[in-house]
Design a protein around this ligand. Sequence first.
Ligand code: SAH
Length: 354
Amino acid sequence: MKALLEKLCRQRRLEREEWEGLLARRREIDRAGLFSRAEAERRRHFGDAVFVRGLIECSSFCKNDCRYCGIRRSNRRAARYRLDRATVLACCEKGYEWGFRTFVLQAGEDPGLTPEGVAETVRAIKARFPDCAVTLSLGEFPREVYQLWFDAGADRYLLRHETADPDHYACLHPPELTLAHRLDCLRDLKDIGYQVGAGFMVGSPGQSARTLAADFCFLQEFRPHMVGLGPFIPQKDTPFAAEPAGTLEDTLLLLALVRLTLPRALLPATTALGTIHPQGRELGILAGANVVMPNLSPPAVRGKYALYDNKLCTGDEAAEHLAGLKKRLKAIGCTVAVSRGDFPGAEGEAKNKC
Ligand code: SAH
């Protein structure tokens, strides 16, 4: 176990069988030691900075039917809404005043959000806030559409791969969605020039040491700029309603392993992590995460973007409470960075140091 972690720190990669062995026996890992290594790695590249992104949940309509997700098409009980451009801009306006310099536009795959309409929104945000980064997280689209949005000024794209094991992917998704297509989208995005975020849920039904080994093999090959990783949390109107949630312990451990694999990655302590434990985000940061994404959606719709039950959207999760978040981060030795917080680049990526 120890030898494998040493090897990971030296080479930033393991063989598939080594990953599977490490992940199968992850309960035996010295967690305190692992977290302090991951945190040291974060500090080496980012100092005490934690980056904040304002998350605007633009639409809860979705044409897909992912089995884990509360806004899946066949959930008749899901509340549906779509924000118009003026509302999105008003959210950015507020966010800018509060100090946000990255806006993340996330939504279900909503046919009502047309490629040109989204491009126009991106252009409007970039024209109004030229010093801000725009991140999109709108799902799978043809390369031309990703290019259109990039040309409109979008900087980053979050598209979690969800699992890198094709059979597991099929167990989480309807047959029309495939891992191969998801990965094609991720490659297109990277090729176009976006800073790209991949990632997966921790503890999703069917996940195993073998599927997690596939995730780490994918991450070390693809080397995304960002990795979104949070616990699976059941939603009561989905086929996975009765499945157990992913654990805090596993999420923290996997965050730390991602930090050691991709030392410069932007790694959010997710809302889902904050939802399963009151100190989830701080613990995530202490395990190597360096991004938080407070909710900047209009308060009236926040409860409607219900991916899973009891999703946090109030308290320090709310963008208007940035002061509260700053305080909590200060208590663990971190400061909120005001910059856009771009991926620092791969040059000089220090190896062999942890
Ligand atoms: N339509 C976009 C955004 C999806 S929502 C896309 O396809 O990328 C963002 C993320 O929320 C998903 O990628 C998924 O990993 C996560 N998510 C969805 N349902 C969840 C659940 N029940 N528990 C935890 N995370 C969930």
